[in-house]
Design a protein around this ligand. Structure first.
Ligand SMILES: C[S@@+](CC[C@H](N)C(=O)[O-])C[C@H]1O[C@@H](n2cnc3c(N)ncnc32)[C@H](O)[C@@H]1O
Length: 297
C-alpha cells in the first residue's frame, strides 16, 4: 500500500504536470525553441533517454514494457519502435492526451497503450522491463524504494529509473532555481545519496531478486540525474543472504560505458558482492554535499 507521503506528493505532481507546467513541459518536450537554460535540460533529458534505451534490448518484440510516468511519451515511442508492447501511464491526463496526439505511426509489431493513473496500479499486470525516467525524483527515498519494490514485484527483467543525486553542485543549482518564474517551479526534487537509497532498498523484500547492475550520471547544465539499472538475478538469493547485490568486485559503474550498442542484459557479469558490504559512495558519486534540487522540470 502506498504511503501517505507518496500519495500526497503524487497529488502535488498531478496538479503541477496537469495544470501549472503543461505549457512549459509541452514545449520542453518538443522541438520548439527554449531558453538557454532549458536547452541544457532538454539536452540532458535526451541523453538520459538514450542511456536508458541503451540498457534495453534492441529487439523488444513480444516484450512488455511499463513507461512509469510517461509524460509526453518519447521513451514509449522508441520502445514501441523496437517492437515492445508498451503500457505508458501518467497521472496527468493532459500530458497523456499530448502523448497520444504526438504518437507517430509505429511500423512493426510494437504499440503503446496509454493510461491515466498511478504507475503502481496493480491492474497494469506483469512486465519484462519497467522504466521510470525522472518520475520518481520528487519522492522521498523511502517512497522511491517502496515504489521500486512494487514495480519490481511485477517485473521479470529490469527496472530502470533515475534519481536526483545529492551533490554539493546541486546546492548551487538549487540557489539558481530562484531565477525560474515561481509558477514554473515543480514540487521540490528530493536528492538522494546512493548509500541511502541502497539501504532503503535492501529492506524491501520484493527487491531480493534484483541486482544493482549499474548506474550512469547525466550532467548537462541545469539537468543532473543518475540513471540506475536493477536487473532480476536468477536464481534469486535465499532468505538471510545479502539482498540487492552489485556486480562482482565493482561498486557504482557506468553501465553505459559497457557499450551503448549492446543491451545491458548481454553484458552484466555474475553477481557476488552483497549490497551492504559496499562502502559509502564517494562525494563524486553523490555521497556528500547538502540537499539541493537538480532537475528543473
Ligand atoms: C519529469 S516528468 C518525466 C516524464 C517522462 N518520463 C519523461 O522523461 O519525459 C515526471 C512525470 O511523472 C509523472 N508522475 C509522477 N508521479 C507519478 C505516479 N505516481 N504515477 C504516474 N505518473 C507519475 C508526472 O505526472 C510527470 O509526467
Amino acid at each position: 500500500m502506498a504511503s501517505a507521503s507518496y500519495e500526497s506528493r503524487r497529488g502535488e505532481l498531478t496538479t503541477y504536470f496537469d495544470r501549472t507546467a503543461v505549457e512549459a513541459w509541452s514545449r520542453l518536450t518538443s522541438d520548439a525553441p527554449v531558453s538557454r537554460i532549458r536547452a541544457t535540460v532538454r539536452a540532458g533529458r535526451d541523453a538520459m533517454r538514450a542511456t536508458l534505451l541503451s540498457w534495453l534490448p534492441t529487439d523488444m518484440t513480444g516484450l512488455r514494457l511499463l513507461d512509469a510516468g510517461c509524460g509526453t511519451g518519447a521513451l514509449s515511442v522508441e520502445a514501441a519502435r523496437r517492437g515492445a508492447e508498451v503500457v505508458a501511464i501518467d497521472v496527468s491526463p493532459t500530458l497523456v492526451d499530448l502523448a497520444r496526439e504526438r504518437l507517430p505511426a509505429i511500423p512493426g509489431p510494437g504499440g503503446i497503450d496509454f493510461r491515466v493513473g498511478d504507475m503502481l496500479d496493480p491492474g497494469l499486470g506483469r512486465f519484462d522491463h519497467v522504466v521510470a525516467m525522472d518520475s520518481l525524483i520528487h519522492y522521498r527515498a523511502a517512497d522511491i524504494a517502496r515504489a521500486l519494490a512494487v514495480l519490481g514485484a511485477r517485473t521479470d527483467g529490469s527496472v530502470l529509473f533515475t534519481v536526483a543525486p545529492r551533490t554539493a553542485l546541486l546546492t548551487v543549482m538549487h540557489a539558481a532555481g530562484k531565477f525560474f518564474p515561481r509558477g514554473d517551479r515543480s514540487p521540490a526534487i528530493v536528492p538522494v545519496t546512493e548509500g541511502g537509497l541502497r539501504r532503503r532498498m535492501s529492506s524491501e523484500r520484493a527487491l531480493d531478486g534484483f541486482a544493482w547492475a549499474g548506474s550512469h550520471r547525466i550532467n548537462s547544465g541545469f539537468y543532473l540525474s543518475n540513471a540506475i539499472a536493477l536487473t532480476r538475478s536468477s536464481p534469486p538469493p535465499s532468505a538471510g543472504e545479502g539482498t540487492l547485490r552489485s556486480r562482482g568486485g565493482e561498486g557504482q559503474r557506468d553501465v553505459a560505458g559497457l557499450g551503448s550498442e549492446r543491451d545491458l542484459f548481454g553484458t552484466v557479469a555474475p553477481l557476488s558482492r552483497p549490497l551492504l558490504t559496499q562502502g559509502p559512495p564517494s562525494p563524486a558519486e553523490g555521497g556528500g554535499g547538502a540537499a539541493a534540487t537538480g532537475v528543473r522540470s
